[in-house]
Design a protein around this ligand. Structure first.
Ligand code: ADP
Ligand code: ASP
Ligand code: MG
Length: 447
């Protein structure tokens, strides 16, 4: 069997849904398990409505709910009843004046609950033998709302139990991505972009032959095509390279997607639902040799640098441990670290616990914070063997100020920090330099 996942743009309206149903219809002999995201933009809309309601701006929240209802009910009229409950929830939020992570997950879950019902309905009307499986009854997670982790053994057995009989009987199974629930039945989400992760979990649970991620670009590209319109498609890339790129900002793949696939050695494809004849990108354990030094450039914006300076650090052991324990206590991961005699600089992506972290760090030394920086990351297996990447990279962006540098611990990435306003220019210049000539065995033009 195979897992086929459609992202938001691949189910954004009736035409996109029909294209996606057609893609599934052409693959029936491979027994697809289909995962769908919310309709493009719906998750943002739902969360925005919740925020307005909690701030007391119920009118604005209801206007968004009206627009969402119109869009969904146009595709499946019976879905209107879900909006009665959604509106009640928004009113309750306005009364409480608080939008907790738990409630955010509940509100956001409407996106995938509704899209999966819409897609199943459309498939049936197109004559496909499809059944709906509710992700909240199969994907069992912990209760870290907003970024819950699946409990894998339970999730696997529930997915197998819910899907296997249908797949064996030749039926299509459709499930919403991104959402799950705790053991006691409270709705959770796997984090933004998490439908890719749902697809990988389902693929591993059901021992899929492959996992197909259908999106709005031709595959993993040499840079985000929104930043570099002439970016090339990477035909083949290793699990390691792909997960590094995803972690450092290549939004086309959720960073955790690769893990379940690696464990079971299931190839993952990234494909374009607007160009279904394309061959996409194949992500596998071993990628073929490549003559280019790197495969792609990723970028994460909104990075914060925290610098702690202290003369106590001089020759003192235990200082770094104390420092990292602060981040550990607040479940905040650090991407990059640079140390000098008397200071340590670290970069953070997740600043949700920044204030309490800063309070604790002040006990260790003087603390400085600078936000609005961007982490640019060059990724490729060849970086393992080739010296001089820093010289070449910095040569092509000599006019841009570099704030921090790290040759990644994984040795297949080279990353550095620039001011956010310089990020686009830096990526474009790096791309022009590193992909002036490309190995045609590995790269091809996007359509
Ligand atoms: P979906 O809704 O299908 O999950 P996403 O919006 O999450 O789609 O991801 C697709 C987007 O990822 C593309 O439109 C593209 O702008 C962005 N992207 C960023 N980096 C890359 C990259 N290296 N290759 C391809 N797309 C990328
Ligand atoms: N709908 C969710 C989001 O927008 C999950 C996903 O698209 O993968 O983040
Ligand atoms: Mg996505």
């Amino acid at each position: 069997m195979i897992v086929i996942k459609f992202g938001g743009t691949s189910v954004e309206d009736a035409a996109a849904i029909d294209r996606s149903c057609y893609i599934v219809g052409e693959r029936l002999s491979r027994r697809p398990f289909v995962i769908v995201s919310a309709l493009g933009g719906a998750t943002n809309g739902l969360l925005e409505a919740g925020s307005y309601a909690a701030r007391g701006e119920l009118g604005k929240a209801m206007t968004i709910a009206d627009r969402l209802e119109y869009r969904h009910a146009e595709l499946l009229p019976s879905i209107a009843e879900h909006f009665v409950r959604l509106r009640e929830l928004l009113k309750a939020l306005a009364a409480i004046g608080e939008f907790s992570p738990r409630t955010q997950d509940l509100i956001a879950s409407y996106g995938e609950v509704l899209s999966s019902l819409i897609v199943v309905d459309r498939m049936k009307r197109l004559g496909l033998d499809a059944v709906h499986v509710d992700a909240r009854q199969c994907v069992v997670t912990d209760d870290r709302f907003g970024r819950a982790s699946p409990i894998l053994d339970l999730t696997t057995s529930r997915l197998v139990e819910a899907a296997r009989p249908h797949l064996d009987a030749g039926r299509l199974v459709v499930m919403g991505g991104y959402i799950g629930s705790t053991l006691s039945g409270t709705t959770t989400t796997l984090g933004r972009g998490g439908s890719d992760y749902s697809a990988a979990i389902a693929g591993a649970a059901l021992n899929a032959d492959e996992i197909q991620i259908w999106t709005d670009v031709d595959g993993m590209m040499t840079a985000d095509p929104r930043i570099v319109p002439g970016a090339w498609k990477v035909k083949e890339i290793s699990f390691d390279e792909a997960s590094e790129l995803a972690y450092f900002g290549a939004k086309v793949l959720h960073p955790l997607t690769v893990l379940p696939a690696v464990e079971k050695n299931i190839p993952v494809y990234i494909l374009n639902s607007k160009n279904p004849k394309g061959t996409g990108t194949r992500i596998t354990r071993e990628a073929r040799p490549c003559r280019n030094l790197i495969k792609s450039i990723a970028c994460k914006r909104g990075i914060t640098i925290v610098t702690v300076s202290s003369s106590r650090m001089l020759m003192a052991h235990g200082f770094l441990r104390a420092l990292f324990e602060v981040f550990d206590r607040h479940h905040t991961s650090v991407d990059m670290v640079a140390t000098s005699e008397v200071s340590v600089s670290l970069t953070l992506d997740d600043v949700s616990s920044l204030q309490p972290i800063l309070e604790e760090l002040k006990q260790l030394g003087d603390v400085e914070v600078s936000s609005k920086t961007a982490l640019i990351c060059l990724v490729g297996n060849n970086l393992k063997y080739t010296p001089g990447v820093a010289r070449r990279a910095f040569g092509s962006i000599a006019d841009i100020n570099i704030l921090m540098v790290s040759h990644g611990a994984s040795n297949i990435n080279f990353s550095f920090l620039v001011d956010e306003k310089d990020a686009t220019a830096a990526i474009q210049k790096l791309h022009a330099d590193f992909f002036r000539e490309v190995d045609s065995e590995v790269f091809e033009p996007a359509v």
